[in-house]
Design a protein around this ligand. Structure first.
Ligand code: BES
Ligand code: ZN
Length: 573
């Protein structure tokens, strides 16, 4: 067992971070040249037909950036992340004047420069370079209609079907298509926004306070510094319900492409969570855990994404183990999530004592809160906090080198102990084995009562069935008939897996369920695997893919449309 190291004293100078000089290849901005003190958005939302054209739907107004020059030599231009869908019509600059009072803003010239398929640079030229430490304000007048950052839905695309809806999704690099900014998680700042909406609409944002300013205007303030990707807006015919103190959830329309998005003070969640059972509470726990891991302590660039997701998975599972007793190993298998979780679990295992590790997590958040970091910042802190582990050189144990964890692809070298789950998973595995037999042993199958099983056990069972698929002819049909609670489930996790099984076995009788599921919701993690399965299947399955996509494309998030297009009709690139 290692002993806990000193906590950094309150008010002590903050440590020098590795992230201070890291580049972010996904940003076209010169974010190291300025400190961004504040952003204010003043936007008016109009719902109309899809643009272009007069009266079309869009957000228009200004973005005002308060900056301080950090270049010792001064700077001649401000370069922001932007997107071709932002029509910037004017730029103005306000500089510190000699006298008191607010100096006037003067128009300045600006131009755009291509950067990548997901954005362009917006360069604002200063007539005279600004001096080191000088404060300035840049005002940009712009409009955004159709684009990947602002998602407009017609009334038919909403659950209520009566009024249109608009929302933004910033992570990872989409907020440059919402407002011009330093679109890198390395930069944090406070923001405010004044949003004007048409009669009968409500605006919400990821902000710490809000107030009504007149009948149609909402004013928001975020009083903690956050990265650009966490600024989020939604406008619609919203209704609210009290469910608990101090934490707001916004249930999104069915096409929302994620299970959840940790927008601060206002998590966005898919309506698939309203499945009728509580099995998806994990998503909520996950997004709340991001309040510390991701939102307070943030990856400094998207190459360090596991710092957001790996720690969040660890916190999520610590919490659900306490709440539900068992670790309901859920369904995500992506590297930053699962390998990140394993790495954090391994570091906890090295410490040997859960309480000490939990205290370390608190100290970690305290140490880095409101900053953006790299893995090396975290690892330096870990070794300082546990000096005995540092003395033992745990970072270089052959086979378990921290470097190897972070830079070698493949299976993690240490797997956390999930054995408490074995007694729950074993029966599911055995039942799957029975269903894979050429001759079904009906007696043995009927002896297993699955009605008391929790959703995650059913999910595990279906994963095993899928692994063994295609099953001998006729077995899937029989399986569906035997367990209508699976084949007719409304729970999205079960519908996904039933769809995958149906496709892998070419069980055409149930193809309509795949289509119906893809029409009911647009979550990326459900949509893409099903299209992959359809395109990897029979001719009939491929036709189903094309028909389904034709009927849902207009409803899906633009990122999801692009991904599905690549699956259904790959463009050679
Ligand atoms: N921040 C992510 C969602 C995200 C990741 C959006 C990358 C854009 C780019 C969110 O916290 C998340 O991980 N959601 C998961 C749910 C979770 C329980 C694993 C999801 O949406 O499936
Ligand atoms: Zn997450």
């Amino acid at each position: 067992m290692a002993s806990a190291g000193p906590l950094s004293g309150g008010g002590a100078a903050r440590r020098q971070l590795h992230s201070a000089e890291a580049v972010d290849v996904a940003s076209a901005s010169n974010f190291r040249a300025f400190e961004l003190l504040h952003l204010h958005l003043d936007l008016r939302a109009e719902f109309g037909p899809p643009g272009p054209g007069a009266g079309s739907r869009g957000l228009s107004g200004t973005a005002v950036l308060d900056l301080r020059c950090l270049e010792s030599e001064g700077a001649a231009e401000l370069r922001l992340d932007s997107h071709p869908c932002l029509e910037v019509t004017a730029a103005a600059l306000r500089r510190e004047g000699p006298g008191s009072g607010e100096p006037p803003a003067e128009p300045v010239s600006f131009y755009t420069r291509p950067f990548s398929h997901y954005g362009q640079a917006l360069c604002v030229s200063f007539p005279q370079p600004c001096r080191a430490a000088e404060r300035l304000q840049v005002l940009l007048t712009y409009r955004v209609g159709e684009g990947p950052g602002v998602c407009w839905l017609t009334p038919e695309q909403t659950a209520g079907k009566k009024k249109p809806f608009v929302y933004t999704q910033g992570q990872a690099v989409l907020n440059r298509a919402f407002f011009p900014c330093f679109d890198t998680p390395a930069v944090k700042y406070k923001y405010s926004a004044l949003i004007e909406v048409p009669d009968g609409f409500t605006a919400v944002m990821s902000a710490s306070t809000w107030e009504k300013r007149g009948p149609n205007k909402f004013f928001f303030q975020m009083c903690q510094p956050i990265p650009s990707y966490l600024i989020a807006l939604a406008i619609g015919d919203l209704v609210s319900a009290e469910v608990g103190p101090r934490y707001d959830l916004l249930f999104m329309p069915p096409s929302f492409p994620f299970g959840g998005m940790e927008n601060p003070c206002l998590t966005f969640v898919t309506p698939c969570l309203l499945a009728g059972d509580r099995s998806l509470a994990d998503v909520i726990i996950h997004e709340i855990s991001h309040s510390w891991f991701g939102n307070l302590v943030t990856n400094a660039n998207w190459g360090e994404f596991w710092l957001n997701e790996g720690f969040t998975m660890y916190a999520q599972r610590r919490i659900s183990t306490i709440l539900f007793g068992v670790d309901p190993d859920d369904t995500y298998n992506e590297t930053p999530y699962e390998k990140g979780f394993c790495f954090v679990s391994y570091l906890a295992h090295l410490v040997g004592d859960q309480d000490q590790f939990d205290n370390f997590l608190k100290a970690y958040v305290h140490e880095f809160k409101f900053q953006s970091i790299l893995a090396d910042d975290f690892l330096d802190f870990y070794l300082e906090y546990f000096p005995e582990l540092k003395k033992k050189r745990v970072d270089t144990i052959p086979g378990f080198e921290f470097d190897r964890w972070l830079s070698t692809p493949g299976w993690p070298p240490y797997l956390p102990d999930l054995s408490p789950g074995d007694s729950l998973m074993k029966p599911a595995e055995e039942l799957a084995q029975l269903w894979a037999a050429e001759e079904l042993d009906v007696k043995a199958i009927e002896a297993v009562a699955i009605s008391p099983w929790k959703t995650y056990q059913l999910v595990y069972f279906l994963d095993k069935i899928l692994q063994k698929s295609p099953l001998p002819p006729g077995n899937v049909k029989k399986l569906g008939e035997t367990y209508p609670n699976i084949s007719n489930a409304r729970n999205a996790e079960l519908r996904l897996r039933w769809g995958q099984i149906v496709l892998k076995n070419d069980h055409q009788e149930d193809f309509w369920k795949v289509k119906e599921f893809l029409q009911d919701q647009g979550k990326q993690k459900y949509t893409l695997p099903l299209y992959h399965a359809m395109m990897g299947g029979s001719e009939v399955a491929q036709t189903l893919a094309k028909e389904t996509f034709a009927s849902t494309a207009s409803q899906l998030h633009s990122n999801v449309v692009n991904y599905v297009q690549q699956i259904v009709a790959p463009k050679r690139s």
